[in-house]
Design a protein around this ligand. Structure first.
Ligand SMILES: [Zn+2]
Length: 442
């Protein structure tokens, strides 16, 4: 090789490098946004792992209120730079974006009329809400044609065609669009004059009703009643509409923060309430249906797991039909650490079977099944039928660790007096919670 040839060779390389660098500058302007974002650790101690998921080893721990710089996002985990310049991964739901100073926020304005925002960066991912032309949202991250925004304190994705980076920043006040909807009246719910529990009760709502949130004061939502008057309801007595697919659900209140560092808090768990909509599942002769009790159990379980800091995704949180395919899809898209399908049973001949059973499909899921069944045996008020192999669609087609729980027989005269009670629902949900907690403990 002559000197000229070497020289030419280097020039060509340098040229290619410059082209790549220019392309990166042109197409990557939004990607750079991620570098401006800092997050604050909510946990007392939070594991930083070598990769985006529970299966990766712990690199180190960071402490509450530590600031981390976000470098990227994958599977709802943030790639972060630590103060010592080490790079690792943390569960995105255990850190808070709100501490980002207003000056550093990158805002985007919605340009489409009514645009669906989605759980993941894909049009076949479930829509988790709708945004409207002219609204501003904080941009967290950009990936290919998708922009990740903060929507009602949750992470959501919108196609880049429908959002434009605004110049300068928008004040935190303006970006706090509180026009989201809540549902209340799942049980009798007091609506009060002022945002405190000792304020006068305006009315009690005992039918499930949806309201638009006008304002948020501490843990209270300001709503407008049918007669146009303004009133307040405690946020913990309500559900956010469209909350089926919560990506980021951080536990509220300081009393739970000490649990954050557990592996359970780092876990992404899909709770799958069986049946729903026109599919009632089994029906007790007293009239209640499997889809109802399965949903009750699932909601209680989801709530405790969220209190512990876990990232909980529900395949349904109301009376909706969801295909078996979609149920499995949720687990795959979320790369769930566990998929728990909740059912109640029935057999051909009534009163021949009673109690609870834990089903798994592949041997790899045996540990999860054993752990949950152990708690069901210890805490469950009904007889336990043990752990069994089960050829169910949601297990067989599930690449994530999955189990299916049958929590009582709706064709058994004794079981039906037990399972449709608040105390059974609570007890059985706690047992499943403990089984999961043991499974995820280091
Ligand atoms: Zn079922």
């Amino acid at each position: 090789m002559t000197d000229t040839a070497i020289h030419k060779h280097i020039s060509k390389r340098t040229f290619i490098f410059i082209v790549i660098a220019l392309l990166a500058l042109l197409t990557g302007s939004l990607v750079a946004i991620a570098n401006e974002n800092k997050v604050t650790v909510l946990a007392t101690q939070l594991n930083v792992r070598y990769g985006p998921g529970l299966s990766h080893e712990v690199l180190t721990q960071v402490q509450e209120d530590d600031q981390l710089q976000i470098l990227g996002e994958e599977n709802q985990w943030y790639k972060v730079r630590l103060s010592n310049n080490h790079i690792g991964w943390v569960a995105s739901w255990l850190v808070e974006n709100e501490e980002v100073s207003v000056d550093n926020r990158v805002m985007g304005r919605i340009t489409g009329a009514d645009v669906n925002i989605r759980q993941f960066s894909s049009t076949d991912s479930p829509a988790i809400g709708t945004v409207h032309s002219g609204e501003d949202y904080q941009i967290l991250y950009t990936e290919n044609d998708w922009v990740q925004i903060l929507f009602n304190n949750r992470v959501a994705w919108i196609h880049s065609n429908y959002i434009e980076r605004t110049d300068g920043t928008v004040s935190a006040e303006a970006s706090q669009s509180s026009n989201f909807r809540i549902r209340l009246g799942m049980g009798p719910t007091n609506v009060r004059e002022n945002p405190t529990t000792d304020s006068a009760i305006v009315t009690t709502i005992d039918e499930v009703t949806e309201f638009e949130v006008r304002e948020e004061i501490d843990d209270w939502y300001g709503i407008e009643l049918a007669d146009g008057s303004q009133a307040f309801v405690a946020s913990w007595l309500t559900e956010t509409v469209d909350a089926t697919i919560d990506i980021v659900e951080t536990a509220q209140g300081n009393d739970t923060s000490s649990h954050y560092a557990t592996s359970l808090a780092e876990a992404t768990i899909v709770i799958d309430a069986g049946h729903g909509g026109y599919d009632p599942g089994a029906v007790a002769r007293t009239g209640f249906t499997e889809k109802e009790v399965a949903l009750n159990t699932s909601l209680i379980l989801a709530d405790s797991l969220r209190q512990a800091g876990a990232n909980v995704i529900m395949t349904r949180d109301d009376d909706t039909f969801i295909s078996l395919n979609d149920r499995v899809y949720y687990a795959h898209r979320a790369k769930a650490d566990a998929f728990i399908s909740i059912h109640y049973d029935a057999v051909e001949v009534p009163n021949t079977m009673s109690g609870t059973t834990t089903y798994y499909y592949s041997e790899a899921e045996r540990e999860l099944a054993d752990s949950i069944n152990q708690s069901l045996t210890e805490q469950g008020p009904l007889k336990n039928n043990g752990v069994r192999h089960g050829n169910f669609f949601v297990l067989r087609n599930n690449g994530q660790a999955s189990v299916l729980l049958e929590l009582g027989y709706l064709d058994n005269d004794y079981d039906i007096t037990v399972v449709n009670t608040q105390s059974y629902q609570r007890t059985i949900a706690d047992a499943i919670y403990n089984g999961l907690s043991n499974y995820f403990s280091p």
